[in-house]
Design a protein around this ligand. Structure first.
Ligand code: ATP
Length: 189
């Protein structure tokens, strides 16, 4: 049985917080791989700032150095809103020999009751939660907790820094920083 972690997100842009939680959960839960899965239009968030193609490219650059990390483009290719339930149902059909672990930061936990078919989704995946600065990891649903070093880094903060022409060095992998500069992403609010 293959054990696959899924890290869904906007990755607008991807940062070292994403990489660290993926690696910590991978090791703690003995996962074979972690798939970074950018969403096209996040159901519970406002529109992304960078194009889906740029977010995919940045995710690929961010994950390039880890042989266990892959970028899965199913949700960006599907266009419009994607629901985790639909995606995970498909993954389970396509990979009957795999079990899936869906990684979420504590800020996402409060939205779980609003997720499409959450009860059925709980049958399809094991949720693995990690703490996040300012949020509690408490939920009415069973969530496996993996302890990680707290990192108060968010894509929102990175975008604000870029708009203010402040440094983002060490907050994103160097390859991502170079891409952002080359493509002049996030220069205005
Ligand atoms: P934004 O600031 O634009 O809302 P974000 O930094 O939360 O973005 P997402 O791409 O939305 O990044 O996050 C994908 C997943 O990673 C979510 O489950 C989120 O909770 C988790 N996550 C992101 N950053 C961190 C962090 N620093 N610590 C723990 N979890 C994180």
């Amino acid at each position: 049985m293959k054990r696959i972690g899924i890290l869904g997100g906007t990755f607008d842009p991807p940062h070292i917080g994403h990489l660290l939680i993926a690696e910590e959960v991978r090791v703690a839960q003995n996962l074979d791989d972690v798939w970074f899965m950018p969403s096209h239009e996040p159901p519970h968030k406002q529109k992304a700032n960078a194009d889906a193609s740029d977010r995919v490219e940045m995710a690929k650059r961010a994950t390039a150095g880890n042989p266990h990390f892959k970028v899965n483009t199913i949700e960006v290719n599907r266009l419009g809103k994607s629901y985790t339930f639909d995606t995970m149902k498909l993954f389970n059909q396509e990979h009957p020999d795999a079990s899936f672990y869906f990684i979420i930061g504590a800020d996402m936990v409060e939205y779980l009751p609003n997720w499409k078919h959450i009860e059925e989704l709980l049958e399809l995946v094991t949720f693995v939660g990690v703490k996040r600065e300012g949020y509690k990891l408490a939920s009415e649903y069973p969530i496996r907790e993996v302890d990680i070093p707290l990192m108060d880094i968010s894509s929102t903060d990175i975008r604000t820094r870029l708009a203010d022409k402040r440094s983002i060095k060490y907050m994103v992998p160097e390859k991502v920083e170079i891409y952002i500069k080359e493509k002049r992403l996030y220069e205005s609010r």
